[in-house]
Design a binder for this molecule. Structure first.
Ligand code: BMA
Length: 323
């Protein structure tokens, strides 16, 4: 596992001015990622000096050099939401049966909700609805239905970092018939007090491997005086019954070490939110030798790229648990 040599792969300088909203962008981070028509796509969170957040798309032929589109992502129908929406951010992209969906956080009066939208061309997005009824974040869809239901991982905001925003210590599995109405079905993993992942939240969509559903999540160590440290790690769920967790890494796989991860708008943050798994077998399982490109927000300021393989990530998920 290693950082790509061209890191950080996106900085504020890559964001075009999009008048009158986004001029002289301050930051770009926490991308959702997908391969669409053999191109790599990122849906990026970017901010203006007003500290408003906007979503923009970026395209690439090789998954490393991205060109940011000269337009903001519009989500048709979002304007019909009655309550005020301050920001939408941290979008995760998932393809389910040839259809493309994005799930994102919505900061609103009274807390954070999850929104869901669909797209056929990754240009125009149609809002399907608010897909939550509690303060929640880090929702991400499974790439296929399981036992006739849509499935997602999410993280209710039931805890707070000592000096930061609302957060949470448990990733849940939820199910739905229509992608909008969700029922929590089982708590999956909880924060490990005093270790790297005290507060946790899902990253990119789970990927189907021969050994189970492989998932990257972020963990926050909150027991350091001056800073919360955001890191990446992996877990593994049973293929037929993802409420069964069958593996979880002991060590993080990614932590702030480079200066652009340790310094920025929010210091000490590696926040994995998108990935592209390069090779699947004929039955739709990720190949063990497949390269994996993990995209992450660094210090809430730039975008990093981390390279691994399915085999390495599975090995990490099989580490002995912290007792
Ligand atoms: C989380 C979310 C992320 C952010 C991270 C670090 O709570 O708000 O969007 O990247 O904190 O600030």
């Amino acid at each position: 596992m290693h950082r790509h040599s061209k890191n950080p792969i996106l900085t504020r300088e890559d964001i075009p001015d999009i008048h009158p909203h986004l001029v002289d962008a301050t930051s770009v981070f926490n991308p959702g990622a997908i391969k669409f028509n053999n191109k790599y796509l990122l849906i990026l969170r970017t901010q203006a000096r007003s500290r408003e957040t906007f979503l923009v798309m970026a395209d690439s032929d090789d998954g490393v050099d991205f060109k940011v589109r000269n337009e903001l992502v519009q989500i048709n129908g979002l304007e019909k939401v009655k309550d005020r929406v301050f920001h939408i951010y941290d979008a995760r992209l998932t393809c389910i049966g040839g259809k493309y969906y994005v799930m994102f956080a919505m900061d609103m009066e009274g807390g954070c909700q999850m929104g869901v939208a669909e797209t056929v061309d990754c240009q125009e997005f149609n809002f399907l609805g608010i897909a939550s009824n509690e303060d929640i974040r880090n929702g991400v869809l499974f790439p296929e239905m399981i036992n006739g239901k849509y499935m997602r991982l999410d993280r209710p905001n039931k805890a707070r970092h000592s000096d930061g925003p609302s957060s949470g210590t448990t990733i849940w599995l939820s199910e739905s018939d229509d992608l909008v109405n969700w029922e929590p079905t089982a708590p999956l993993i909880s924060g490990r007090f005093h270790y790297w992942d005290e507060f946790i939240g899902s990253g990119p969509p789970p990927v189907k491997t021969r050994e189970g559903w492989l998932h990257v999540y972020h963990g926050v160590a909150g027991h350091f005086g001056s800073s919360n440290i955001y890191q990446g790690g992996v877990m593994l769920m049973d293929l037929n019954d993802p409420s069964k967790v069958i593996g979880r890494c002991r060590h993080n796989i990614l932590e702030p070490r480079e200066i652009w991860e340790m310094a920025g708008q929010v210091p000490n943050v590696c926040f994995p939110s998108g990935w592209v798994v390069e090779e699947f077998d004929d039955e739709g399982f990720a190949k063990a030798d497949s390269e994996v490109k993990i995209y992450y927000g660094a210090a809430d300021s730039v975008v990093g790229l981390y390279i691994s393989t399915i085999r390495e990530l599975l090995e990490a998920a099989r580490e002995p648990e912290i007792i």
